[in-house]
Write a protein that binds this ligand. Structure first.
Ligand SMILES: [Fe+2]
Length: 258
């Protein structure tokens, strides 16, 4: 992995801001990277905004957030999320293969464009640990190149071939998820002052954090780097979403021939 430091003030990289070690990247027992890149024609801030977007996990990624918290501090912006797989949106699998029930994720941006996501998928009979890198570089004001890669911890008791198959499947699953975001980014408009409700998340606070990377170091304001924590109360949306999922399942049941 090659990191490039861009500083219009000409200063060298800030040592404390070096990206941390990536879990699994240099360890035995993890797969090699499966890596993708794709150009996206919109402003790069659209990617960042997703960090606080709790609700899109339900509507876009078909995962049901039961816990969602953001913590920003210094140059790091983290998102802690637990999710359940939507029962009305499961990919049909063979009867005997384990179902994915949900995931636990700790994702953090280290600086404006490099995110490490430690993402564990919970299956009926095992947990699958993965590390996902989500990064990008801007090309101009209205385009960037999105790059993402995934490594998977080889599940114990599996031979290498079976583990690789799982890893590739999981990588494909993550890729499909990103493509859902990309499709939206391609079609939405950048808005500087959106009108928000509380469950939309701390978009303004996130953008304040993001602004530090477009500011001369001497002019960085305390509110751009101060610790900020915000947990979204998901009780109300979860209640509503449970009903929605149940209705969809009932409809599916009614529509199926058997
Ligand atoms: Fe997303």
């Amino acid at each position: 992995m090659l990191f490039v430091w861009n500083d219009p003030e000409g200063n060298p990289p800030i040592e404390e801001q070096a990206p941390p070690r990536i879990e699994g990247a240099l360890e035995d027992g993890w797969t090699d990277w499966v890596w993708y890149e794709t150009p996206v024609h919109t402003n790069v801030r659209e990617v960042i905004d997703n960090n606080v977007d709790m609700a899109h996990f339900f509507y876009v990624h078909k995962s049901f957030p039961t816990y969602f918290k953001n913590i920003f501090e210094g140059h790091v912006a983290a998102q802690h999320m637990n999710g359940l797989a939507r029962e009305d949106a499961r990919v049909p699998t063979a009867d005997d293969s384990p179902q994915m029930r949900g995931n636990t994720s700790v994702a953090a941006y280290y600086g404006p464009s490099f995110m490490i996501d430690e993402l564990t998928y919970h299956f009926d009979d095992m947990d699958l640990k993965t590390t996902l890198i989500n990064c990008h570089y801007p090309v101009d004001e209205n385009s960037f190149v999105l790059q993402y890669g995934i490594i998977v911890q080889v599940p114990e008791g599996l031979d290498n071939e079976a583990a690789l198959t799982i890893a590739r499947e999981q990588a494909g699953f993550v890729k499909a998820g990103f493509e859902q975001d990309v499709e939206i980014w391609k079609n939405k408009t950048r808005i500087d002052n959106p009108l928000l409700c509380e469950e939309d998340g701390p978009v303004y606070q996130l953008r304040r954090w993001y602004q530090q990377f477009y500011t001369d170091v001497a002019d960085i304001a305390p509110e751009m780097v101060e610790r900020f924590e915000f947990e979204i109360d998901t009780t109300k949306p979860v209640e509503m979403w449970r009903r929605e999922v149940e209705e969809n399942l009932a409809l599916e049941g009614a529509g199926s021939p058997g």
